[in-house]
Design a protein around this ligand. Structure first.
Ligand SMILES: C[S@@+](CC[C@H](N)C(=O)[O-])C[C@H]1O[C@@H](n2cnc3c(N)ncnc32)[C@H](O)[C@@H]1O
Length: 256
């Protein structure tokens, strides 16, 4: 029988990992997290000071891409796979009250945490919705900017993610994302293993294939850059980094 990825198992595994990220950020993970990681990736510390600290402690992104988007007061931003909300609160510092930020995530515990932090902070221009990044619950041409940090590698339908991001963006709208990709194509034994997907390795797409998908969805790719500051910490992940060139990349693109 040909190897295939069990998508239901993948969703269960991913939700299990990110439930723990929300509830026990001090636990052991195969990736770095929290404020030290955010600063290392390039988030300005003075702006992180203005984001709820408990959102920063559960930050599990892989890059800093806000300089790839022209974020202005009044913009409407969508963050795909918003986790505990750090990037959404960060974006809201730039959109101001005249704009808005919507975070979307499928994991209940992440949503519970981000929503309670939003309520505590009284951040009325920030909201968190439950849903899948492959099937966005928003109308066409709703947003100015779509962001995502460390999420799209976890999706088994990356083409749908980019098509949906394109659909909900206004014409000329921007995509600014960071993700885990690979230099080479990985064997089926890795790309069909749900455990390795949940560890952000199995779903790491080859870099050119990934940017081709972004373009096929209707974007012009403007910048692709590596984030060498991002390092995996588990042995399994480090092995894949060496063997297949698994790494963090940021991409800036514009809807044509
Ligand atoms: C690596 S974490 C990153 C969270 C956040 N972006 C951050 O930087 O901290 C991945 C997040 O994506 C969510 N996620 C993964 N696959 C998803 C999907 N298909 N639809 C919606 N959310 C998804 C997970 O629940 C988790 O919160």
């Amino acid at each position: 029988m040909a190897n295939t990825l069990n998508v239901e198992k993948l969703e269960r595994e991913v939700k299990g990992v990110y439930r723990a990220v929300a509830e026990t950020p001090d636990g052991e993970f195969h990736f770095q997290m929290g404020r030290p990681l955010a600063e290392k990736l390039g988030y300005p510390p003075t702006e992180l000071d203005q984001v709820p600290a408990r959102a920063v402690e559960s930050f599990a992104g892989v890059g800093y891409h806000f300089d790839l988007a022209d974020l202005h007061h009044g913009d409407d931003v969508l963050d795909l796979g918003s986790g505990s909300g750090m990037d959404a609160f960060f974006a809201a510092l730039h959109t101001g009250d005249s704009g808005s930020v919507t975070g979307l995530d499928m994991t209940d515990e992440q949503l519970e945490k981000s929503r309670s932090l939003r309520d505590e902070a009284g951040a009325e221009n920030v909201s968190f919705e439950k849903g899948y990044i492959e099937e966005l619950p928003f109308d066409d041409e709703t947003f100015d900017i779509v962001t995502s940090n460390g999420v799209i590698n976890l999706s088994a339908k990356k083409d749908s993610v980019f098509e949906e991001a394109n659909r909900v963006l206004k014409t000329g709208g921007q995509l600014a994302i960071s993700d885990i990709l690979s230099e080479t194509h990985m064997p089926d034994s890795i790309t069909t293993n749900a455990d390795l997907w949940a560890a952000c390795i199995g779903g790491a797409m080859q870099i050119n294939d990934y940017t081709n998908l972004v373009e096929e969805a209707g974007f012009e790719v403007i910048e692709v850059r590596e984030n060498p500051q991002y390092e995996f910490i588990s042995e399994q992940a480090l092995g894949a980094c060496q063997k297949y060139g698994v790494k963090s990349i940021s991409v800036g693109a514009r809807k044509q």
